[in-house]
Each structure stands twice: as C-alpha cells, then as structure tokens.
Design a protein around this ligand. Structure first.
Ligand SMILES: Nc1ncnc2c1ncn2[C@@H]1O[C@H](COP(=O)(O)OP(=O)(O)OP(=O)(O)O)[C@@H](O)[C@H]1O
Ligand SMILES: [Mg+2]
Length: 323
C-alpha cells in the first residue's frame, strides 16, 4: 500500500492489537497495573470502563500477556450477550468441566470450585475476563456475582475483570446490582488521549513502523487529528491511515491540515472546535494555511487526486473499521 512511499516498513495504523505498538502514557500505564494487580492478587472484581476505542481490549490483552501475569490462566470472553443458561454452558466448556455441568448450575459451581481449589493448591491463579461487559444484562451480572463468591476462607478463587463502555458503570449503579457493586475492589476509567499524548501516540506508531514521525505529519495536522478524533486511539488510527493514503494519492510525503480536513469530512467526523467546523465547510481561507496542500484544489481533484505525470490512483473506500 503506502508503506514505501513514506519510508515505512509496515502499516503503522492498523486496528489490530499488535503488542509491539502498545503505547502507555500515564493513564494507560496506571490502568494496566491495576489490571495486573487485580488478576494477580486475586481481588474479587476489577472493573475497567472507557468510551469505545479508548483501548480497553488492548490493555486487557497487554495485562494477560505481561510477564507479571505469566502464571495466571485466564478465560477470556468477549461476546457475553448470552442468556444465563448459555453463559453457564459456555463457561463449563471453557473450563473443561464436562457437558453435564453445563446443564446444571449447582453441578457447574461445584466442579468449578473444585477445579479452582486444585489449581490454587498447585500455585496457579485462574481468572475470568469478560470484555464488552456493557452488554451484560442484569440477569447475567447476577451470575457473575455468584462466580465472584467462590472463595476459600482466606482468598477469592476466581478473580474477575469486567471491561466495558461507560454503560457498564451505569448498570452497576442499578439498585438490584448493589451486591455486585460492593464486590468491586478495583476500578479504573480510561480517558481519551490529550493533545500531547495524541502526538506521542502517532509518533510512536510511525517510529515502530520504521518511519520518521516529524517528516510525515505536520504539527497542524496532528492538532487537527486530535480535534477530530477526540483523542480516541481507534479514531486516530482510522484518520491517520486514510490521511496517509490520500497523501500518497496526491504525491505528498508530508500530510498537512488540508488532507486531514478532507479525510475527516469523508469519514463524517466532527471536530469539537467551531473554527475547524468552518474550515471543513470551506469557509476559511485555505491560502492562509502555512502548510497549504494541493488537495484543496478543484473539487474533482479532491475526490480523486492525481499526482502530475502519475497514473490516477483511485481512492479506496474509507477504511472505517469496526472491530
Ligand atoms: N494503548 C494503546 N496502544 C496502542 N494502540 C492502542 C492503544 N489503545 C488503543 N489502541 C488502538 O486502538 C484500537 C482500538 O482499541 P481497543 O479495541 O482496545 O478499544 P476498546 O476500548 O476495547 O473499544 P470497544 O469499547 O469498542 O471494545 C486498537 O486496535 C489499537 O489499534
Ligand atoms: Mg474492546
């Protein structure tokens, strides 16, 4: 694709949880150590919340793959919108408790407790992580409470991590779930990245992909990307990926504000700032821009920009990726 054009060895803004791209500014580092602590010290329930795309799944995976948690055996569920019976069946399968224990909750709980005790006696911790936990209904959260109750007189046997969008936090406020809420021993909320962290995040990805960050995105472009993405890493990736593609189509090795504005308009993204909105509507004088870009030429060339002398490069459909 565009790697060679920008001197990169691979695509820097893919939406995969590739550990070598892990970026840990202060908030993320803190959340990671809370997750590790919750898994290791067998705290009964750890809750991680954050808006879509802020990096919850990325951090949960990083915690599970970390050296600190190498002795934790984990069952990871990321599609928990199930009926309670199916939830028990799924867990019976994942813990390898035999099909009959999936059909009877008492049998399931008894076998699970025995397994957890045996493993604990052998020095092993077993954890259950439920990602996308905002989609757990009240009934299923009640099942989760039963799991959180499994304990020896001195320790919890099944540390639980619930990761989900802010609705999860709201659901835990439901009076019918107060017992579960009381069992939450660790809690953290992931916030979107600030401007400086957005710039560092982009730079770290470009450097990891073998490039020189300052040569690729102008300072103004970075500021705009932060405005339009609201500091959400997933959205930053989508904007950057599209901007690099558009830049290549235009023969621009440096991505400036115009390309970012164009890309964000195509992605139907809105900036929090009014002047950026006006810019997007074409009301601001582009000539005043210090890093004016040819993308701001005639409307036909904006849609399918062509480098002089080069064959036309079709702009592919915008990569608005949902994971
Ligand atoms: N700390 C990080 N380091 C590197 N990349 C990150 C980080 N956080 C997020 N990303 C990037 O953003 C993408 C989205 O992050 P992730 O899937 O973890 O978000 P999420 O909070 O789990 O979203 P959702 O609520 O939709 O499940 C990741 O695939 C990754 O590319
Ligand atoms: Mg996720």
């Amino acid at each position: 694709m565009y790697e060679r054009f920008y001197g990169l060895s691979e695509l820097p803004f893919e939406l995969t949880a590739n550990p070598k791209y892990l970026f840990l500014p202060a908030g993320q580092r803190e959340a990671l150590s809370i997750l590790q602590y919750g898994l290791l010290s067998a705290k009964s329930l750890t809750v991680l919340t954050g808006e879509a795309g802020t990096g919850k799944t990325t951090l949960v995976r990083a915690a599970l793959e970390s050296e600190r948690c190498r002795h934790v055996r984990c069952i990871y569920l990321n599609n928990p919108a199930l009926r309670p019976n199916d939830f028990i069946r799924l867990l019976a399968l994942k813990f390898d408790l035999g099909p009959e224990s999936g059909e009877s909750k008492p049998l399931f709980l008894e076998r699970l407790e025995r397994l957890l005790r045996e493993r604990r006696a052998g020095g092993e911790t077993t954890a259950l992580v439920i990602d996308e936990a905002q989609s757990l209904g009240v009934e299923l959260l009640e099942e989760v409470r039963l799991l959180a109750n499994i304990e020896t007189p001195s320790a919890k046997l099944l540390p639980l991590v619930l990761a989900g969008q802010p609705e999860l936090g709201a659901r835990l406020e439901d009076p019918s779930l107060r017992q579960l809420k009381q069992r939450v021993t660790l809690r953290c909320q992931l916030e979107p990245l600030g401007l400086a962290d957005t710039a560092d995040y982009m730079a770290s990805r470009i450097v990891t992909a073998g490039g020189v960050a300052s040569r690729i995105f102008s300072r103004e472009a970075v500021t705009l990307i932060h405005e339009y993405s609201g500091g959400i890493p997933r959205t930053i990736n989508v904007i950057c990926d599209n901007a690099l593609l558009s830049g290549m189509a235009l023969g621009r090795k440096n991505v400036g504000r115009a390309i970012v504005v164009e890309v964000c308009r195509d992605l139907h993204l809105k900036s929090g700032r009014e002047d950026v909105e006006r810019d997007q509507a074409g009301e601001l004088d582009d000539n005043a821009a210090p890093d004016r870009n040819p993308i701001e030429g005639a409307s036909s060339s904006r849609r399918n920009p062509v480098r002089p002398g080069a064959p036309p490069i079709p702009l592919r459909a915008r990569r608005m990726i949902t994971e």
